[in-house]
Ligand binder design. Structure first.
Ligand code: TA6
Length: 298
């Protein structure tokens, strides 16, 4: 437990935004900011940081912090009047003191927090659909990090959305990493105007910029970091697609909130629902689950 012995501790970040520290009995931890409902840190019981955050990250709205797990909602990418990746990651969420009960299978330990986002009047001007977005961030007894999203249509007419958990994994070096679980899948390539291709390789390795959305993936993806001898596992439900992004050198230099060489230490592998937006009828609720774990590997 942290020095206060609490599994859940609320504090303020450098800009005065509330952040929540979750800690399990073995000492693993996760930190979530109410700015964007964004997970900013996930550490092992030895204090090792597992998520990447840029040394140049801007912790001030309307920027989404460059790192951790920004939530892209109600859209992924840039279309129409909505900002790139939607507005949820640039809004202040609140702590949901009394959320509707989750499914019994979503039993959580003690280290979890429930967050809630509802659209403001201004949000409804740019995206005229009333919703409640409930996010449970949970640190398991084994130190796994799970995010359970429940999005309910409280409108009087249907709406559709796409969503991605834009997860920045911390890695030793991009040349030492391979991703398994995407073999033979089709993908939309953002470097070729979202043209559709088919993955030919038996594992994904990285020698240049990659910006793809793999479609209809299996619900388990593995990221092997050969140098650090560790493997991240992504388990997901309700998120059929997987975004994969490394900006490489040229794009890194073009981002003000990203170091020129930082592309070597990060890889985004994002559980997402992008190809087929999710449509909710009035009163209907969608649930999406993501569980991240890390194990030593040879
Ligand atoms: O995940 C891929 C991507 O869509 C890239 O094209 C790049 O724009 C990245 O997201 C980061 O987007 P952001 O709006 O956070 O700078």
């Amino acid at each position: 437990m942290n020095n206060s012995g609490l599994a859940v501790e609320v504090s303020k970040d450098r800009n005065g935004a509330d952040q929540i520290l979750l800690r399990n009995p073995r000492g693993a931890s996760a930190k979530v900011s109410l700015h964007g409902g964004q997970v900013l840190s996930w550490r092992t019981d030895r204090g090792e940081e597992l998520l990447f955050t840029s040394s140049k990250a801007i912790f001030k709205p309307p920027y989404a912090v460059r790192g951790g797990i920004p939530i892209c909602f109600p859209q992924f990418g840039q279309r129409g009047s909505l900002e790139q990746h939607g507005f949820a990651r640039n809004r202040t969420w609140i702590i949901d003191e009394n959320p509707p009960p989750l499914h019994p299978n979503d039993a959580c330990g003690k280290a979890y927090i429930d967050l809630l986002l509802k659209p403001s009047e201004d949000d409804l001007k740019i995206w005229p659909h009333s919703f409640e977005f409930r996010l449970r961030v949970n640190l398991t007894a084994d130190g796994n990090l799970s995010l359970i999203s429940r999005i309910r249509n409280i409108n009087c007419k249907p709406f559709s959305f796409s969503i991605a958990y834009h997860t920045y994994f911390s890695i030793s070096d991009i040349s030492e990493v391979r991703v398994e679980g995407l073999e033979t899948l089709d993908y939309l390539d953002n470097l070729y105007q979202r043209e559709r291709f088919t993955e030919q390789g038996d594992a994904l390795t990285f020698e240049s910029e990659v910006d793809r959305v793999y479609l209809g993936s299996r619900d388990a993806i593995a990221i092997f970091d050969h140098e650090r001898k560790r493997t991240f596992f992504i388990k997901k439900e309700g998120l059929p697609d997987v975004g994969v992004w490394n900006p490489w050198e040229k794009k890194s230099k073009a981002m003000v909130d990203f170091g020129d060489e930082e592309y070597k230490q990060m890889l985004c592998v994002n559980g997402a629902a992008v190809e087929k937006p999710i449509t909710l009828k009035p009163g209907e609720e969608w649930t999406g689950r993501l569980e991240l774990s890390v194990v030593p590997s040879s």
